[in-house]
Design a protein around this ligand. Structure first.
Ligand code: WT7
Length: 651
């Protein structure tokens, strides 16, 4: 494919002048160096952090055993880097700008305030028996206590595991059990848009009968009273009053765990992705500096929830480790209307905005006037993450939001990668709408075919793998190292397999084409089809379920469930059954997993050996009526007629 020069967006001259990397040639030179002499490159990046004791060696890598260690022998504490050194240098600088749910309500937390809150909460955790290495579950809405909790854990060497406050009680319980946490931090409730999430009530349901959890610390977000269980539940503000705002920072080994974050895989059970201290922080810090091209007085606005990895790396750790002011947004982009993000940008003078294609699509739908009535003059860079950005959405972001003035960085990465792996450098890389462009320093993408043969040169498509370790990569799946090996290394050893399909065009630019496994990307969030299927099968009426994705205007991928109902339930009206099944998934996993369509059928398409033909279902759910595969392989060819009658998308 020839280069479509019309769609090449050169870095802006005004931006380039102050950029960390100022030309494509400079990027290419640094990139080559980072691959030829990785120890020198990463050693230099590590020196951007404050260490109690510097690393003795840069990396020890063993792909065969999936064993990775970075900055070996180094001792550090994440909070010294994210809090103390800035509280000392610029105590009055805003660390967090909290944009509350109610429009126009803001609170500033300076680095001095942050130090105080983090230390006090660290002391509270200690008083509740939390020691180095213990896991703490954080189930909080987007309130300052969420950031304090992460950092308080890091202060004392505890391992945080944030569970997104949109997840159900069942999901929360599963994560509490898998992590073995004794302490859960939550809030009485979490206002979000016109609604409120009953985080405490959900926590109570999740912990019902679980003796494992001995303390529940409850942040008081609103005056709402909630039932408190004697001996187990404590108001966080009351506990904090009992402690000093000074707590020594634990000396952590570079390879000590920092956090676990659960994400969906291709089986029914979520995976506890584990990140460690030194490598993760160096990687979040380095990528944040280069890709967001940080400047001393930046105000960084990441719209992602801290419950996802984007919030971990680019709302908390990347910005705070560089001393950058970070915005914590409690509400949603469309509440009370589609001007909300731009209002926050103007009120807080945000300079860099990092958001997701799904959010942009929901705003585009409302019309440009919501954007154009705001100023947005403070913005100098725009970023996208979570799924491939449609070229027309990229252009709208660039032309309408950024008025053609701001570079757009489309950043590809995963929960497991800890930070961004493929993205433009805004002052150097010419952008192509829809492409995440070129690899970051030290990252070597490789495309392979189904047999694992390396696809050389440009103009090729295949499975996206990574040829060498990078500091931010996950070290294991908590308690399940064999699953880690199996999922990421077994298939294309010694390569790390991402699960994504990808094209490398004639210019060497990377275009992510989407997941090649049984994982759906719904509104930028990962969802395993197997998870949704298990939730459905747990419903008393369901005999069998097969879940597939289909193209969805707003979500990117929508969820479609094909379900067969047990004979006893066949008299239930379809509409009622469909409603009950959607509610089932919402209750078991959370609202994000609710199927967009539930198709009740009398049989699923299976081969004679009993394997469900998902490809066929995927095509039908996507509106295809041709090339459905060989119907003669079906055990019962008659099911195809019914699928074509009921399964095609409504027009
Ligand atoms: C999957 C990872 C990493 C933060 C958010 C999601 C898809 C992510 C992009 C992008 C195309 C993207 C991939 C990836 N993805 N960013 N810029 N272009 N696809 O994290 O939940 O771990 O999901 O999201 O399919 O594998 P996650």
């Amino acid at each position: 494919m020839a280069t479509d020069t019309d769609s090449l967006f050169q870095p802006k001259e005004a931006f380039r002048r102050t950029a960390h990397v100022k030309s494509l040639e400079e990027y290419q030179r640094l990139y080559r160096q980072s691959l030829e002499a990785p120890d020198a490159f990463w050693g230099e990046q590590a020196r951007q952090l404050t260490w109690f004791h510097p690393p003795e060696s840069i990396r020890e890598v063993n792909e065969q055993a999936a064993d990775f260690a970075w900055f070996v022998g180094g001792k550090l504490n994440v909070t010294v880097n994210c809090v103390d050194r800035h509280a000392k240098a610029r105590p009055d600088k805003a660390a967090i700008l909290w944009a509350k749910n109610t429009p126009g309500e803001y609170e500033t937390i300076t680095f001095r305030d942050l130090a105080h809150h983090v230390n006090r909460l660290a002391n509270v955790l200690k008083a509740h028996g939390v020691r180095k290495g213990d896991r703490v579950i954080v189930y909080l809405p987007m309130i300052p206590e969420l950031v304090y909790s992460l950092l308080a854990c890091a202060r004392i060497g505890a391992v945080h595991s944030v569970v997104f406050a949109g997840f159900s009680a069942d999901s929360l319980r599963e994560r509490v059990l898998d992590s073995g946490a004794k302490v859960v931090i939550t809030a009485n409730e979490g206002p979000r848009g016109p609604k409120s999430v009953a985080t405490k009530a959900i926590t109570d349901e999740a912990l019902d009968g679980l003796a494992q959890v001995t303390s529940v610390l409850v942040a008081r977000r609103t005056p709402k009273e909630v039932p408190m269980r004697e001996g187990r539940d404590h108001w966080l503000d009351v506990e904090a009053q009992k402690h000093r705002g000074v707590c020594p920072a634990e000396w952590m080994d570079a390879e000590d765990p920092l956090f676990i974050l659960y994400t969906s895989g291709s089986t029914g059970k979520p995976k506890g992705v584990l990140h460690t201290t030194g490598g993760y922080l160096v990687y979040a810090n380095t990528t944040f500096r280069y890709i967001f091209d940080t400047q001393p007085d930046d105000v960084h606005f990441c719209t992602a929830d801290v419950g996802w990895v984007t919030g971990h790396s680019y709302l908390v750790y990347g910005p705070l480790s560089t001393g950058t002011t970070t915005v914590l947004f409690e509400s949603t982009p469309t509440w009370p209307d589609a001007s909300r993000l731009w209002q926050v940008v103007d009120d807080l003078k945000a300079t860099t905005l990092y958001t997701a294609p799904t959010a942009l699509r929901s705003l585009i739908k409302e019309g440009d006037s919501f954007v154009t009535k705001s100023s947005r003059k403070s913005l100098r860079l725009l970023g996208s993450v979570g799924e491939p950005i449609n070229p027309e959405v990229w252009r709208w972001f660039h032309d309408v939001v950024g008025e053609g003035r701001c570079p757009v960085v489309d950043t590809w990465w995963q929960t497991e990668t800890g930070g961004i792996l493929i993205a433009p450098l805004p002052g150097a890389t010419p952008a192509k709408p829809g492409s995440a462009t070129l690899p970051f320093f030290g990252v070597e993408p490789v495309l392979v075919d189904e047999e694992g043969r390396k696809l050389e040169g440009n103009g090729v498509s295949g499975n996206l793998c990574l040829a060498r370790s990078w500091p931010g990569q996950a070290r294991t799946l908590y308690g399940h190292h064999s699953r880690f090996v199996e999922t990421y290394y077994a298939r294309f050893l010694p390569l790390y397999f991402t699960g994504d399909g990808c094209r490398r065009d004639e210019d060497g630019y990377y275009w992510i084409t989407g997941r090649v496994d049984d994982v759906l990307n719904v509104s930028g969030h990962r969802l395993g089809t197997a998870e949704v299927e298990s939730a459905l099968v747990a419903h008393e009426a369901v005999a069998e379920a097969a879940v597939v994705g289909f193209p969805h205007d707003l979500k990117g991928t929508g969820v479609c469930a094909f379900v067969t109902v047990k004979p006893d339930f066949l008299r239930t009206p379809d509409e009622k059954m469909v409603g009950s099944l959607r509610e089932q998934v919402r209750h078991v996993i959370g609202p994000i997993a609710t199927p967009d369509r539930v198709v009740l059928v009398s049989g699923l398409p299976k081969t004679r050996s009993g394997k469900i033909l998902r490809r066929m279902l995927r095509k039908i759910a996507g509106g295809e009526t041709e090339n459905l595969g060989d119907a003669s392989t079906l055990a019962d060819p008659a099911v195809l007629d019914e699928l074509l009658t009921k399964g095609l998308p409504p027009t």
